[in-house]
Design a protein around this ligand. Structure first.
Ligand code: SF4
Length: 179
C-alpha cells in the first residue's frame, strides 16, 4: 500500500504535473485552500476546475474554508511589499498542516512548487515553519511548466491570468503600478 500524502492545491492547472509525479509513489488526497483568491467569482472558477481535476485523476478532494477577510486583514498592511506573499504562503501552509495532522497523513506537499512565478525559497521557509523534513515532499516541478500548462489547455481547465489576490490583480491590470 502506498503512503498517504495530502497535497495542497492552489489551482487545477498547477496540479497536473505534481499529481502525475506524486501518484506514482503516494496515495494522494487533494486539499483546496486558498483564501487569497479574489474576487469570489474567481475563487469559484478555480474551485470548480479543481473539482474537475479530482474527478479526472480519481483522487479524493478536500475543500477548506474561504476566510478571505482574514487574508485581507493580514496582508493589507504590507500589500505593497513581497511580505504579502510570505503571509499568503504561511496561511496556506498552516491550514494544510492542520489538515495533515487531523487526517493522520504520512506526507504533504504543495502545487505551489509547480509555478516558476512563485518564490520557492520563501515557500520552503514557510513549509519548515510547520512541517518537519520527514513529513514533507519538496520537488521543483517548474521545469515542466510548459508541459503542464499545455495539458491544462488540452483538458480545458480554467486558467487564470493573475496569481490570485486583489493586489496581484491590480499588478496585472495596472501597468503603471509596481510591487
Ligand atoms: S501575489 Fe500570489 S502569492 Fe503573493 S499574496 Fe498575492 S496571491 Fe498570494
Amino acid at each position: 500500500m502506498k503512503p498517504t500524502l495530502l497535497l495542497h492545491i492552489c489551482c487545477a492547472p498547477c496540479a497536473i504535473v505534481p499529481l502525475q509525479d506524486l501518484m506514482q509513489d503516494f496515495s494522494v488526497v487533494g486539499f483546496f485552500y486558498n483564501p487569497n483568491i479574489h474576487p469570489l467569482k474567481e475563487y469559484l472558477l478555480r474551485k470548480e476546475a479543481t473539482f474537475q481535476l479530482g474527478e479526472d485523476f480519481k483522487i479524493p478532494m478536500l475543500y477548506g474554508d474561504y476566510p478571505y477577510r482574514d487574508f485581507l486583514h493580514n496582508t493589507l498592511p504590507v500589500s505593497a511589499t513581497k511580505d504579502r506573499c510570505t503571509i499568503c504562503y504561511s496561511m496556506r501552509m498552516k491550514e494544510t498542516y492542520h489538515r495533515f495532522l487531523a487526517g493522520n497523513f504520512q506526507y504533504s506537499s504543495s502545487t505551489l512548487f509547480f509555478s516558476p512565478y512563485q518564490n520557492h525559497d520563501t515557500i520552503r521557509k514557510q513549509v519548515w515553519t510547520f512541517f518537519s523534513p520527514s513529513q514533507y515532499i519538496v520537488r521543483d516541478w517548474s521545469t515542466s511548466y510548459q508541459k503542464g500548462t499545455q495539458e491544462a489547455r488540452d483538458r480545458g481547465y480554467y486558467r487564470q491570468s493573475y496569481c490570485g489576490c486583489i493586489f496581484s490583480n491590480e499588478d496585472r491590470y495596472s501597468k503603471s503600478k509596481k510591487r
